[in-house]
Design a protein around this ligand. Structure first.
Ligand code: GDP
Ligand code: ZN
Length: 385
């Protein structure tokens, strides 16, 4: 059997893909879940680099096979000296997120702070529900424990246990990050999410202190992209696993069907595992014989979110009947805020201003791609790497 070379796409720029390589295996069959620790170059042979800058094989282009960050890919014709290669195959994806565009992510690391900014229960619920709706494993981390006393932390601990979560407690400032977090991150592609100011960047820097392990090289050199939703990068952990740096996931909007919402609350899942509501399609509001409605803390959050989703959904199904509808977002205070929003675009007379804006956006995209390409081509390989 021929040696085959597999790796994980850690960043995409124009038509170039940075692939972080895995150990050579004697078979082409490898699990898509295998984001194992990446071996040092010496294990592959001598001085081979850990990353190759790859293009897509023509055959993949012809079949329309897209390559995303997070994809496990087979690399052929490695040019070790030139640090180049060609992607010949893409392993089946276990997950594919659209916004941000990441394949094979299987865990969400939800970071909140205990203080500064204060921990707002409804905002936390909102992020948790969004995370639950992806079907991925959730790892909840509460940072800045240095700012609260033991009693406050214990109170939050008990409260979140009732919600069905067992958070990890951190203080990045005091370098206090439990080993359990390192362990949870080691075998997944993990997406980091959470409001701004809670310490996400600080945590990423703590987890991946060695800048050499960051593969921000491409967008770093190009001087743009780090904070736009178009660019996603994976950071490799020394012990294995990747972290996706994805600004796009930080303002989660709710986009699930009302009947699905209940499944995103552990408390409701637990109730429904024991007993059934009288009606199959119970939305757990005023229906008779409902076993979910009751005196539990987040029932109010459930109703608020249900309301927001129902109104959003109505605007999507009945766009011609609704001139405007309400758009919900979580304010800095953690309160749900409603603001008017124009209904479905296709039924709206597009104003000249928004037409211009759309055109400008499109032009910017094109200019960006062209710049990316040009910059890539203009740089010598040494500069790129
Ligand atoms: P991000 O917006 O979520 O990426 O948050 P940052 O990492 O930029 O951190 C926001 C602020 O919180 C910065 O001033 C950090 O120094 C501070 N910070 C981060 N971690 C901690 C912590 O554990 N304790 C305290 N007191 N401050 C922290
Ligand atoms: Zn019910």
């Amino acid at each position: 059997m021929a040696d085959s070379l597999w790796g994980t796409v850690v960043s995409v720029q124009a038509n170039y893909y940075w692939v972080r390589l895995e150990p050579m295996v004697k078979t082409a069959v490898a699990s898509p879940l295998n984001h194992e620790p990446l071996i040092s170059a010496s294990l592959r042979s001598g001085e081979q680099p850990s990353h190759l800058l790859c293009t897509r094989r023509a055959r993949l282009k012809k079949t329309g096979q897209q390559v995303m960050v997070g994809d496990r890919v087979e690399v052929q014709e490695p040019d070790w000296q030139g640090q180049r290669g060609a992607i010949a195959a893409v392993a089946p994806r276990i997950t594919a997120l659209d916004r941000p565009p990441v394949a094979n992510a299987s865990q969400i690391l939800l970071v909140f702070a205990l203080a500064e900014p204060s921990l707002e229960p409804f905002q936390l619920s909102w992020f948790l529900v969004k995370a639950e709706s992806t079907g991925m494993q959730i790892c909840l981390a509460l940072n800045k424990r240095d700012l609260v006393d033991a009693a406050a932390q214990a109170a939050w601990h008990q409260r979140l246990q009732r919600w069905g979560y067992d958070p990890l407690w951190l203080s990045v400032r005091n370098q206090s990050v439990p080993a359990a977090l390192h362990q949870k991150l080691s075998t997944h592609i993990t997406i980091v999410s959470g409001p701004s100011g809670v310490g996400k960047s600080s945590l990423i820097n703590h987890l991946i202190p060695d800048l050499d392990l960051r593969v921000a090289t491409v967008s770093g050199k190009l001087g743009r992209g780090r904070h736009t939703t178009r660019h996603v990068e994976l950071f490799a952990f020394p012990q294995g696993g990747f972290l996706a740096d994805t600004p796009g996931f930080n303002q989660p909007d709710i986009d699930c069907a009302p009947e699905d919402l209940a499944a995103y609350f552990p408390e409701i899942r637990q109730r429904l595992a024991q007993r059934h509501c009288q009606f199959n399609n119970c939305l757990h509001q005023e229906e008779p014989g409902c076993v979910v409605r009751g005196d539990w803390e987040r029932y109010g959050h459930y109703l608020q979110l249900l309301n927001a989703i129902a109104i959003q959904g109505y605007s999507q199904t009945q766009p011609h009947e609704l001139e405007t509808t309400m758009k919900y977002k979580v304010a800095g205070s953690g309160q749900l805020q409603a603001e008017p929003k124009l209904s479905a675009k296709k039924y709206r007379r597009v104003s000249r201003r928004s037409q211009n804006k759309a055109l400008q956006d499109l032009c910017q995209e094109l200019v960006d791609s062209a710049d990316d390409l040009e910059a890539l081509e203009g740089l010598s390989l040494d500069e790129l790497l």
